[in-house]
Structure formats: structure tokens, C-alpha cells
Design a protein around this ligand. Structure first.
Ligand SMILES: NC(=O)c1ccc[n+]([C@@H]2O[C@H](COP(=O)([O-])OP(=O)(O)OC[C@H]3O[C@@H](n4cnc5c(N)ncnc54)[C@H](OP(=O)(O)O)[C@@H]3O)[C@@H](O)[C@H]2O)c1
Length: 294
């Protein structure tokens, strides 16, 4: 069955702010496509959400560290959905040890930036005029650098160096994409959710980090509070035309100087297009075929 109506796709929708956003968007009447990397964790979240809003969700597997999985997910979304109104690029991870994906990319850069780049560009033909793309970035972009001479951080890996690199890439990507999508009437913004009590940093296999997170939770925002700005950017009429901005607490905020560096964002854009083989120009040729917003 092909889904009609208002449709939102959320990455990392089984946990933390992704799950909160899924609930909040269903409450606003969206059909929510939950992209998850793990079937069991995804099913658990889907069942929980379905109890509150029956029939409002579907789950599709998508491992953002694996380009083939991302492409397959985008194809499945295109087959199942009549169009796309919101893409919420929310998934993210931080790893304490240096990990590489199948094609040798550092894992945080692979998931937080490259996977979302492939997903976003391959979904462009499905997007309706007026669609909104929201990239959940982080204030951590401020300490990030894009280490073009050592993108995999082989020489000197540190978790926050890798996380900062990937989150700076998020902000640069959102800005570069916003300019390209302006003529198509699609907005792109990024945001910082604040410090939020989620499963960020918790090892999914060993549970390591869960204890520290539960100690910190009382001082942190709830996932719903953390998701508020992303959902605001995705739905509020007051920001319908706003694009290329970075928000915190529902307000535009200045990004770090390096995140405003157009040469840097274009260099990263070219690198990512070349590495992934996904070209904006090619995707753009197929835009504008989706049905108008209903
Ligand atoms: N929490 C904070 O204080 C904070 C602050 C600033 C920014 N952020 C950003 O907020 C976003 C949401 O994070 P959160 O705090 O809600 O953390 P979370 O509870 O850990 O959720 C992260 C989500 O990303 C998914 N994910 C991880 N690796 C993936 C992969 N390879 N493919 C697909 N999905 C993957 C996770 O799936 P699994 O559950 O299956 O692992 C999970 O659904 C992230 O982009 C994060 O960088 C968080």
C-alpha cells in the first residue's frame, strides 16, 4: 500500500530524540517513516509508538554507516510513499574507540555525515514543494575541524575530535544544501538540541555508559524537550520560508566562523559527492515529479 497524506522520515527514530520526534510528528498528523538500523530495537519503539497513535508509523531498516543500506532504504521509501514533506536527519553516534566502516571511513563521520548525505540526496526526487529538511547537529561543531589530510583520524583519534568533525560537517552540509534547494522551495536548517538525556554514548552491545547517563539525566533535558527545536523547524508556519539557518531553543543562533566558510563547505560537498558517487545535479533532474502537498 502506498502512503498518502503528510509524510515525515526520521533517522534514528527508535531512541532518544528520534523517538520523541516520531511521537510529536504523529501527534501533528504526519505519517512517520521510522528509519532504524536494528530490527529488534526498531520494533520495540514502533510497538510503543503505535499504542499511542495506531497506524501512524512504519519502520524501514537503514544502517547509515553502509551506503548500500541507505540507498535500499531510500528506494523502499520511494516505493511506499507518495511524496515527502519532512526529512529529519536525527541519527548520530559517538564512539569512544576509533572504528571504521566497510569502506574505511571513520564511523562517526560515516554515520553522522556521509550516510545522511546519501539519504538526503537520493530522497530529493520524492520531496514535495514546501518540504523541510532538518539536520540535528550540535554545539560540538564549534570544536570540530574537517581533517581533509586525515579524515579517518588515523594519526590522532579522540572521540570528541571525531564527533566535532562530524557535527561541523552536519552544519556545513545543511548550509550548502539550503542554497541548492532554494529554487525548489525546499528549506534546510540545522539545530542544536541542548544537553539531552538519551542513549547517546551508551554502547548498545555492552550497555557501557548507561549508568553515567542515568546519573546525568536529572540535569539534562528530556528527549521531548531536546526534540522541540527540530520539530519546530520541521512544522511551524513561522519558519516556513527560513532556510540555511542554525537554531537553538527555537531561535536562530550564530554558528562558529569555520561553519560559515563557503570554501570549506564546497570542498566538503565535492569530497562527499566524489566519495559517494551521489551527484546533486543528477538527483535534481528528477525533482518536481512528486505530487503536490495534500
Ligand atoms: N543527547 C545530547 O545531549 C545531544 C546533544 C547535541 C546533539 N545531539 C544529537 O542528537 C541526535 C540524536 O541523538 P540522541 O541524543 O537522541 O541519541 P540516541 O538516543 O543515542 O539516538 C541515536 C540514534 O541514532 C541511531 N544510530 C546510531 N548509529 C546508526 C547507524 N549506523 N545507522 C542508523 N542509525 C544509527 C541509533 O540507533 P540504535 O539505537 O539502534 O543504536 C539511535 O536511534 C544525534 O545526531 C546527536 O548527535 C545529541
Amino acid at each position: 500500500m502506498r502512503v498518502n497524506g503528510k509524510i515525515a522520515v526520521i533517522t534514528g527514530a527508535n531512541s532518544g530524540m528520534g523517538k520523541a520526534s516520531a511521537r510529536m510528528l504523529a501527534e501533528k498528523g504526519y505519517h512517520v517513516v521510522m528509519l532504524v538500523r536494528n530490527r529488534e530495537r526498531g520494533k520495540e519503539a514502533l510497538e510503543e509508538l503505535e499504542k499511542a497513535f495506531p497506524g501512524s508509523f512504519q519502520m524501514i531498516l537503514c544502517d547509515l554507516s553502509d551506503g548500500d543500506s541507505v540507498r535500499a532504504a531510500a528506494e523502499e521509501i520511494s516505493r511506499k510513499c507518495s511524496g515527502l514533506d519532512i526529512l529529519l536527519n536525527n541519527a548520530g553516534l559517538i564512539t569512544t574507540k576509533r572504528q571504521l566502516n566497510e569502506v574505511g571511513l571513520e564511523m562517526q563521520f560515516a554515520v553522522n555525515h556521509v550516510g545522511h548525505f546519501i539519504l538526503t540526496l537520493t530522497l530529493l526526487p520524492l520531496m514535495r514543494e514546501g518540504a523541510r529538511i532538518v539536520q540535528v547537529a550540535s554545539g560540538a561543531h564549534k570544536w570540530g575541524e574537517i581533517h581533509f589530510d586525515d579524515l579517518t583520524l588515523e594519526k590522532n583519534f579522540r572521540p570528541f575530535k571525531a564527533y566535532g568533525q562530524s557535527k561541523l560537517a552536519n552544519v556545513l552540509f545543511a548550509e550548502a544544501l539550503s542554497g541548492r534547494l532554494k529554487p525548489h522551495g525546499i528549506t534546510v536548517n540545522s539545530c542544536h538540541p541542548g544537553a539531552v538525556g538519551t542513549n547517546m554514548g551508551v554502547n548498545r552491545e555492552t550497555g557501557f555508559g548507561r549508568g553515567i547517563m542515568s546519573l546525568l539525566k536529572p540535569f539534562f533535558r528530556t528527549p521531548e524537550e531536546g526534540a522541540d527545536t527540530a520539530v519546530f523547524l520541521a512544522t511551524d508556519p513561522s519558519v516556513e520560508k527560513v532556510t540555511g539557518a542554525y537554531f537553538y531553543n527555537r531561535k536562530p543562533m550564530a554558528v562558529a566562523k569555520k561553519a560559515q566558510d563557503r570554501e570549506l563547505s564546497e570542498k566538503l560537498w565535492r569530497w562527499t559527492e566524489e566519495f559517494t558517487g551521489v551527484s546533486f545535479k543528477e538527483m535534481e533532474k528528477n525533482m518536481g515529479n512528486s505530487s503536490v502537498r495534500n
